[in-house]
Ligand binder design. Structure first.
Ligand code: ZN
Length: 168
């Protein structure tokens, strides 16, 4: 059988997936941030914000334990840094890349920031608000809906979390 659809090919290389491949490099930067979180006892989730030209203008990692801040999620911290870099709260044209599917708070912050796109790695079946438990970022009742790309380097992103919880 000759199936032209790449997803149907058992030898399919996800690195060649035209939707996800362009986001692998920034996801590696987000993974680097995530890798720093366990040093403070924080769950390894990392994020970067990319300017329209692809430059990293914001970085963040989960810092709830480090700072005792319940809102200290990687996405919120990366959005704040990006807004400081841009000089305003609107992040139109920008992309947030995060290792784990955003929670409801972060999904809300993403909508408020007017980002163009959210790219995430691992799915969060228990608390995800970008397609799993809720889909806040694409809720038609809201006036801004960023594009969502999921599953970028998902295995590496979830392996980091699995290792963290196993070693605790
Ligand atoms: Zn969050």
């Amino acid at each position: 059988m000759n199936d032209a659809h790449p997803g149907a090919d058992p030898g399919f290389d996800p690195g060649l997936d035209p939707v996800r491949a362009p986001w692998q490099e920034p996801m590696r930067a987000a993974l680097e941030e995530a890798g720093l979180a366990p040093a403070t006892g924080d769950v390894p989730v990392g994020a970067v914000v990319l300017a329209p030209d692809g430059t990293v203008i914001g970085r963040g990692r989960n810092e709830r334990e480090a700072t005792g801040d319940p809102t200290g999620h990687a996405e919120v911290l990366a959005l704040r840094e990006a807004a400081r870099a841009v000089g305003e709260w609107r992040l139109s044209g920008c992309t947030l890349v995060v290792t784990l599917e955003p929670c409801t708070m972060c999904a809300g912050a993403i909508v408020l920031s007017r980002l163009d796109r959210v790219v995430y790695g691992a799915v969060d079946e228990k608390a995800g608000a970008a397609g799993s438990l809720w889909d806040v970022v694409r809720d038609r009742r809201l006036n801004h809906r960023p594009e969502v790309v999921s599953g970028v380097l998902a295995d590496e992103c979830s392996a980091l979390l699995t290792r963290f919880f196993r070693d605790r």
